[in-house]
Design a protein around this ligand. Sequence first.
Ligand code: GLN
Length: 492
Amino acid sequence: MQHADLTALRDAIATGAASAEAACAAMLDAADRLNPVLNAYHETFRDHALAEARAVDADARAGRPLPPLAGVPVAVKDNIATVLGHTTCSSRMLGNYRSPFDASAVERLRSAGAVTIGKTNLDEFAMGSSGEHCHWGPVRNPWDTARVPGGSSAGSAAAVAAGLCAAAIGSDTGGSIRQPASLCGIVGLKPTYGRVSRWGLVAFGSSLDQVGPMTRSVRDAALMLDCMSGLDARDSTTADRPATALAATVERPVEGLRVGIPRQYVSGANDPEVNAAVQAAADAYRAMGATIVEADLPLTDVGISTYYVIAPAEASSNLARYDGIRYGHRAQLRPGEDLFTLYARSRSEGFGPEVQRRIMLGTYMLSSGYYDAFYKRALQVRRRIKEEFDRAFAECDVLLGPTAPTPAFGFGANADPLAMYLCDVYTVNTNIAGICGVSLPAGHAVRDGKHLPIGVQLQANAFEEDRLLRAARMLERAFAERNAKARPAVSA
Ligand code: GLN
């Protein structure tokens, strides 16, 4: 039985109307059937998942109190550490790595009763916007398998959209939760920096990375965040705040909501249907009594160049640990070859081309003589971007715009790295400023006879997830009919 969303499934399990084991088995069967096409999962954990689900069913039958995610199958992006199975980052470098610990986010979801159903594919080390850079082959979009699902949380997005799990978690450094959510027609939330522990998330850009939920509804995103967020002694960058309690308030519309539309967001460079979706969202908000205000974010365009300095710089430093000795794939040495050759060959064999490009860019930009010109300058612009958002949020509660400039594109369509980087123009600044953002479905475009989802993004200031998700829920309600017009072509 397919449930509308995770919350509905959770309720059905708790009341005995559904069996956790049956729901889990159905998703695993669907994953077995569809994964050869979608390549969403790197691996699934059938025996473990079914055993856990059975235990939840027994608790439900016995009337024991159940935790908030009891029995719901959740997929985990494969750059988030799990004791179960592998944690590969879809890289040859970590091809046979098994983590001795669970990431904090995973540990919290498990203690809330969630069942880890599998690990999902990603662009290697979370670097990419299409799901094409996975060592074990690309992920396909369930709406049109000739197109990409977006990235880097490609497998998590495809698995949620195709019904191969109830929800998933991803990581977002510059858009990797929101952009694939947009291209796959689901909800993706990037929490405020510091909201969710990064402990156990394989580091990419440590000042930008956040773990967050990818779900079929806004209320699911609220519930998942509630179960994952809060101070963690193992990550000193987590904010000293209690876990959120958003599921309780998410149905309440925001009174007197002020929605800002940055004039830079409705650009002629966007697909016209993307701009039309933003316009439709503005109209829907107006009809609900919200005030639409024009906002100004002149630094929108420099976000990409700022991000593509900071993120590679941090990546080059974070990825230095994979030397083939302490961490990662180790190359074979021939007699007489030295340690340096071992490092160089291990890293050349272990990292794919996009990761190598980032390491080289980052190392160059951090090198003496270039540091001031690139990295330091990028940090100065970062500060200005943050100030610009602060000014905008003085006038409005949330900012509305596109998540991505286009719907899902074809494989190879953005083979030029610069073209690929431009896909992130509306998402990177959220991370640069450390604020929160959510992508939610806003109808479809039709291409080659196939329906392709379009997403819109809402952003709110740091730690304003309550307002962000309540505003998102308002739009989700208003768009229910619009979004119900089509379903993914490949789905459980
Ligand atoms: N697409 C962006 C990049 O390649 C964002 C990735 C992410 O958020 N992990 O860096």
